[in-house]
Design a protein around this ligand. Structure first.
Ligand SMILES: C[S@@+](CC[C@H](N)C(=O)[O-])C[C@H]1O[C@@H](n2cnc3c(N)ncnc32)[C@H](O)[C@@H]1O
Length: 258
């Protein structure tokens, strides 16, 4: 059932898009001296080795974070540069942070964090690096539903499914609408792949109709290899923090040049 492993894809062009927006949002939210809650439904293993057999087999990070750094996509003062430097300083030059370690870079002692990861091996790996958070080896949607609205009430929910369950596309708009009703001050961010068959379109349309003030950031890129289905990356953000729209525009211009 759970066959997706992010180690093959860590640091690819979709991760750069998602993680640049996540780091920008968290950097802004943690600039204020008020505690917050970070909740993530699909956490992955938290830390990736771009020299691993999995990463080397696909070379997706070469076209992603490695090229982004070489081409100056992330200025030194960019929040994702900060998080990446901190993780590489601790774990070595081939390390790449997943969203949990990006979050951990910004979270402060009074903040609260909850991460769900269902896959036993991914969960075990996550537990090695995520002592800042409460870990849940359960369905992320169920975990978030039980926690929302959280305390502290300010905060961010990241939903980053692997879309292995095709029904996700249908159920996500209704589920997000329920979370947004329960937690009207929460920043709710959903990542989705843009596939060649455009199967995201109905979901993204329903989300935009339900939440007209939300930020919709979509970027397109060449497929990682011939026949690979993913041709872009989408982030949908309810209650986007100040500055996130500018970062989305900056990223859109960079990806448009690929
Ligand atoms: C795209 S990866 C997460 C990547 C991570 N958010 C990041 O940006 O670094 C999706 C993860 O969700 C896990 N997963 C799949 N179904 C799940 C579920 N129902 N609840 C929690 N985790 C799940 C998979 O094992 C996989 O590790």
């Amino acid at each position: 059932m759970l066959s997706y492993q992010h180690a093959y894809h860590a640091g690819n062009l979709a991760d750069v898009h998602k993680h640049a927006l996540l780091a920008t949002a968290l950097s802004h939210l943690t600039a204020k001296p008020k505690p917050l809650t970070y909740i993530e439904t699909h956490a992955g293993r938290g830390l990736y080795d771009l020299g691993s057999e999995e990463a080397q087999r696909t070379q997706e990070a070469e076209a992603g974070i490695t090229r982004a750094l070489a081409q100056g996509w992330l200025p030194a003062d960019h929040p994702l540069s900060d998080a990446l430097s901190a993780v590489r300083g601790r774990f070595g030059p081939q390390a790449y942070p997943g969203s949990p370690l990006i979050a951990s870079h910004f979270l402060r002692p009074g903040d609260s964090a909850h991460l769900a990861e269902l896959h036993p091996a991914e969960h075990a790996a996550l537990s090695e690096v995520a002592d800042f958070a409460r870990l849940h080896q359960q369905d992320g949607f169920a975990m978030a539903n039980a926690l929302i609205p959280p305390l502290p009430r300010r905060g961010l929910l990241l939903i980053d499914p692997s879309y292995e369950v095709k029904a996700d596309y249908n159920r996500i708009p209704g589920w997000i609408a329920r979370m947004a009703r329960k937690w009207n001050v929460g920043v709710i961010a959903l990542w989705y792949p843009i596939l060649a068959d455009e199967r995201h379109r109905a979901m993204a349309g329903a989300l935009a109709a339900d939440h007209p003030q939300a930020l919709l950031s979509e970027v397109r890129f060449p497929p990682a290899r011939a026949g690979h289905g993913m041709v872009g990356s989408g982030m949908f953000v309810i209650n986007p923090p100040y500055g996130l729209d500018a970062e989305a525009e900056r990223l859109a211009a960079l990806y448009a040049g690929l």
